[in-house]
Ligand binder design. Sequence first.
Ligand code: HEC
Ligand code: HEC
Length: 342
Amino acid sequence: MSQMKWALVILAAVAVVGCTKKEPPPPAAEEAAAVEEEKPTIPEVEPIKPLPNSVDVNMEKVLLGRSLYHDTTLSGDGTISCATCHMLDHGGAEPRKTSTGIRGQIGPINSPTVLNSGYNFVQFWDGRAKDLQEQAAGPVENPIEMGAKWEKVVERLGKNKEYAAAFAKLYEDGVTKDNATDAIAEYEKSLITPSRFDKYLLGDEAAITDAEKKGYATFKETGCTACHTGIIAGGTMFQKMGLVKDYFADRGTPITEADLGRFNVTKNPADKHFFKVPTLRNIELTSPYLHDGSRATLEETVKVMGKYQLGKDLNDAQINSIVTFLKSLTGELPAHAKPTDT
Ligand code: HEC
Ligand code: HEC
């Protein structure tokens, strides 16, 4: 096929994902200017920024990526898929302390959510992958996760008529590792979950309750937004777990390699116990919490954060108020997120 034709095919396949938003009628130009002068719009002054309602993705790649994400063919013994550890019904994470991979092997760390993961500045707790495509190559060959070889996976996918046709349509070189991870990354990019809180940020005062507004104020006043900031309330920086008090000394279990965090990548002692600040979107759904999966409830986790990250002994009222706010960050999956046959 000619270059030109390809460009057209790809253009035609680019679709916009997500729910359609009803735009309010545009105010008269002078009126809008006057409002802007009086008060900056909410998103500019708030530490948390709204998630968009849609992202530009190639919908055909997204659907191919969705099939791959849910397919156990990508594992060495046909038992594990990405969805085994990143369950869409569990906020994109897993209900276990640490992951269980192929042949029941227990992994060293809790799986973070894949939802909204396109907004992370790097991937993994320690930031060892620069983007979603690079990340997706890892678990397939990880001996305690999916325990496969890409060479074999590519061979298996190529023998499957539907996959072979889908890849051939989207990629000149058909089924390859890079194309498979590209499609998976495109699918993940499409997994955005706008919530009521975004409506509030965009000016709809009634979108969240007074108790949630109070909780958001407490969250900000307490200092949580020093680290949990930006579009996904996280994912923008590395920070030390136990910034003001030694979390690991108090935890009561030995320090593991996974606890060393960013240090494992840089080997710089100053990076010990630094982790990518995780997103707080859909946090209501992703128990257990922290990289070690050591806290079962949000209340406990918020208490830990106050104590070890901010040196503050939060009382129950403050904790409950913050948790009330955090629940307003629970969003909705886009309609195409789940495979249609399950
Ligand atoms: C056996 C469980 C398991 C399987 C299978 C698995 N993952 Fe993960 N995933 C994890 C764990 C655990 C981490 C965190 C590891 C770390 O940070 O060191 C992770 C991290 C990630 C991240 C980074 C998120 C972030 O916030 O940094 C993404 C994205 C992701 N996985 C996507 C996938 C995809 C795509 C697949 C399938 C190709 C997959 N995972 C298969 C357990 C799993
Ligand atoms: C100094 C930076 C910093 C501050 C301040 C901070 N956090 Fe965190 N937060 C982190 C880091 C880093 C992690 C990951 C730590 C780990 O997994 O061991 C985290 C993890 C969390 C988690 C668990 C996320 C998950 O997916 O398991 C929640 C919930 C949380 N923080 C809420 C809060 C709240 C509420 C506040 C304010 C009381 C707060 N944080 C203040 C850096 C911070």
